[in-house]
Design a binder for this molecule. Sequence first.
Ligand SMILES: [Zn+2]
Length: 209
Amino acid sequence: MKTIWDYPMGRGEFLRYGLAAAGWLLVGSAAVPGGSAAGQQTGKPGGPGESRTVKVYSVEKGGYIVADRVVKSDAEWRKILTPEQYQVTRKKGTERAFTGKYWNEHGTGVYRCVCCGNDLFSSGTQFDSGTGWPSFYAPVAPENVRTEEDNSFFSRRTEVLCSRCDSHLGHVFPDGPKPTGLRYCMNSASLDFVPVGPPPGDEGKGKKS
Ligand SMILES: [Zn+2]
């Protein structure tokens, strides 16, 4: 049984969302906020009739590619992931706020899926949410993630998963900044940051030719 503290949400935030969720329940709305960006992949990988490939955007290639879906057994995932990465990505866990590798990362680069290498988020859409989790207002492309309704805990949230390997990444909330108004609240443990350009702090030291 998971407790509310397993989820990427502070106490105040939980109260806020608890009230909001109660509001949605009262009006009987079936809409899930923030979870319906056009082009986002729905449907479970591995289901009947599910394609073995997925079209995703590659930052390196600067365009869409067709990639094989990544399906592994629990034992295989355990071999290649740290215990924390395994717990978060394969068991839908949540790292504690302000403890992850990237909540305060300010470098320029791409955040890839720690399980399969799929490009997920760019530093260009990252913002300081104050939550203690790395936060973005959009994925690199709608196709690179998929969303699912998460009704655990008498709250209605939208889970975000990697569209290539089904890794749990975090949740998306409708209180983000412009231009999307979305806040992708991610676990550092699900991400692998690949910096591009000079590391932070190197600016202004002169370019090496
Ligand atoms: Zn993945």
